[in-house]
Design a protein around this ligand. Sequence first.
Ligand code: AMP
Ligand code: ZN
Length: 114
Amino acid sequence: MNDCLFCKIIAGQIPSPILYQDEAVVVLRDINPQAPLHLLIIPKKHIASLNDLSDADDALVGLMVRRAAAIAKEHGYDEPGYRTVFNTNRDAGQTVFHIHLHLLAGRSLAWPPG
Ligand code: AMP
Ligand code: ZN
């Protein structure tokens, strides 16, 4: 996608430290962290929001969730816990229209969210 921030980062057009990548996803540190650990698990494939997922993306979404769990465990947050969030469209405050799974950990997270 021409004007997508995350596609530009994935393509190397915007320099950004990449914590992890494989053939399907990249993992970045959120630039405006909301918890001591706040990472974004981002598919290399451009998908604007969860509303745009198709059957063909089922495995990709599974990989994203499993990667988040693996990273949380690597940081020792599997037992204390962590939150994984997809924001979709206006009411959820989505600002980057390329799906990304937030991984937040390292503090007690309120529920319900704001
Ligand atoms: P969302 O509101 O769910 O669309 O989340 C977008 C997230 O991307 C926000 O938490 C931003 O802080 C984060 N973000 C925006 N630009 C960058 C960037 N260049 N590198 C890392 N994270 C970013
Ligand atoms: Zn994109």
